[in-house]
Design a protein around this ligand. Sequence first.
Ligand code: AGP
Length: 606
Amino acid sequence: MCGIIAYFGNTPRGTGKNVAPILIDGLKKLEYRGYDSAGICLLNNGELYSAKVKGRVSELEKLALDLKQSNIGIAHTRWATHGEPNEINAHPHFDCKNEIAVVHNGIIENYTTLKEILEKEGHKFVSKTDTEVLSHLIEKFYNGNLEEAVMKTLELVVGTFGIAVLHKNENKIVVARRGSPIILGVGENENIIASDAVAVLPYTKKVVYLNDNEMVILTDGKYEIRNFDGQVLEKEIDEIKWTASQIEKKGYEHFMLKEIFEQPEAIENTLRGRIDEDLNVRLSIDKIDFNLVERILIVACGTAWHSGLVAKYLIEKIAKIPVEVDYGSEFRYRDPIVSKKDLLVVISQSGETADSLAALREAKNKGAQTLGIINVVGSTVSREVDAGIYLHAGPEIGVASTKAFTCMLTAVTLLSLFLAQHKKIIIEKEFFNDIKLLPGKVDEVLKQSEKILEIAEKFKDTKNFFFLGRGLSFPIALEGALKVKETSYIHAEGYPAGEMKHGHIALIDDELISVFIATKDHTYTKILSNMEEVHARGGKVIAVVNGDDNAVLNLTKDIIRVPECREELMPIINTVALQLLAYYIANFKGIDVDKPKNLAKSVTVE
Ligand code: AGP
């Protein structure tokens, strides 16, 4: 997810016709969408003036204000998806002749194919980004009309984009979208384009929301909206009713809640382009020699470690490869036995967690091949592994990890299938159909939020929770407990339900609340028995069950119903229910859910 902004105005605003401060101010408001690098490009008298930096918008500000004054410009703050965060990969990107500048939010899925074609035609690329293919394609099609060249370019693109384009010879800005948000702010003799309204609000509340396959051409104080066939469209002007803070959180009270509700889209982005039409899993991790791999070692911390435990169950079940899972903080100090026949998989949202990084280095030193499953592109871990799978979950601002976790689960599921296919194990077609239905199933869980809110209110003053599950639900029980601990500061423990009788059941009383994940799988009848054991001793139960399952009605009325799905995908479904439970309990307790006490978003120290 990145932030783009573009401005064309002929009102001397404040410091005269200087668009740079307007663009920089807009980028600062969009930084929550991405902040690893930034860039700007201004058009003045047939020349383009640009500046790009690695780092925050504040780094760009100094350079931008020194550029030639102008009233036409585009700018970008990046959340890297292809090509690590550095000045070269920062937007805008240019054509061979530096006459065309493009800023882009989205993912061009077929960029490698397009890049090969363009390179064969003599185009020279300087960056590692997918976006740069756009500037060279526009150059290829440009024949004196920028919007026509942009339309021809976008016909070839597979993927998502929100773009703004300048050509040095044309006093206009061409903007287009498919799958990435673009909003047009309509001012008095000035128009502003942005990835969302928060950057437009200081100048106007009058907005037009662009739909997919629509473009807008900004000229001197005017704008024209067209579809990709070139037909002019009349669209009504709306009025923004939100404050800036509400817009950043899309109206949600916290980033954590926004990110919980972003999960259908985030999971779609993790899946995007990774299952081809022949149902082959495509992960671009060919640098790993999988013929050498006899064992997989997974290292991670916290929530990421829970995804590693799910990965163990899935890889062993689907790909029949032995897997060990270690906490990074333990692995690095236990002098582990590691050889070149091991594949070390490090899972990390930030890619900067010190314990996971140290474990990675330990395993590399002992000869293992290494694979990263990471959200932050260009992070230290992503630069030190032999190959990587990016989550494409977008920035996760809430300290408690939510969408990154379900995207990790999605990624490790894809990895399990990839490994199986590499071993010529046949995967049934139904599995892939079920994966495609995942975002919709997660949506169904989100629709239970009212019911989960009621349960959270009823149990918000609980002092102790057990979270219990079997099989693939055991790691999710651990994750549910962690979510409650780190957001509402309530003591919660996750256990394999089968372990209850080995001691934990001694704690059961009418104050300790046991949350059971009791969705249908091969351990279902056993989990029901465990619930009965707790109930028979006066313990209170909250149950997560599938759809219309009423087998637990005699044990509890506090039931969270989630859609049925194949067993291997239920961890993703069940997690979302427990994330909401934890969030609502914490919110009832008035805790700052986005910044819980004592916690950091990335633990870069031991
Ligand atoms: C998860 O809610 C926590 N914020 C924490 O456990 C986190 O998962 C852990 O610190 C690992 O972080 P990473 O994924 O960035 O490596």
